[in-house]
Design a protein around this ligand. Sequence first.
Ligand code: SAH
Length: 250
Amino acid sequence: MRFDVVTIFPAMVQQALGAGILGRAIERRTLNVVVHDLRDFTTDRHRVVDDVPYGGGPGMVLKPEPLFRALDAIEAADESSPTVLLTSPQGTLLTQAVVERLARQPRLVLLCGRYEGVDERVRSRVDEEISIGDYVLSGGELPSLVIVDAVARMVPGVVGDEQSVAEDSFGRGLLDYPHYTRPAEIGSRRSGTVLKVPDVLLSGNHAEIRRWRKREALARTLARRPELLEQATLDEEEQGLLRDLKAQRD
Ligand code: SAH
């Protein structure tokens, strides 16, 4: 899968892409992420990308021409036409369902706004605006990285273990079960007690472990995000466990 990110801070984006799962997928060429400096698409000596807003008021606005030129170049770089996304707090809220939909595209372009945002006419070249949450950030670089990371995890071969992606929170509409690693016991200064790994996980009984994990995932979802259960796809065992959990709660 190919991503093109257009930004005035290419180093910020490039730096974050080097680490971990994403960095490895890029190295292996499972992912191709091309970061473009918006200033490379200016034509003036000072490489100006912003200007004052028509009508007055505070702040600056990203000029349309450099963004249009960047999009022309990116679209010409490959015969398949890419899906163009604009990061914006006014966009579609990013959820795992949206992530999965975006992951079906072969090419995504991400435009990073800055200042007050981009000239409204840029939206004529945009397929969808995406927001990563109901808060305002100072630029689209972090949202673009969030989108690239979440979408890339869905691309086969990026995360080593496909099963782990399927079991992640939201994978099947449920929150993930709790995870433990060694040691089996650890002292807690805060509570003055010994914190233990649940016995079932040490039992070696795989059927019991599987059932415990299902139950924990359901219990957490019921306690923290009950509305997710309305959309979740549950097998028969899970439906039974959920009935028990609800009965215990009531
Ligand atoms: N004046 C704009 C906000 C500009 S913030 C408004 O109120 O709609 C500057 C840039 O940061 C935006 O153009 C966008 O690219 C990015 N941004 C800020 N918050 C974001 C969010 N929650 N999701 C996605 N992008 C965001």
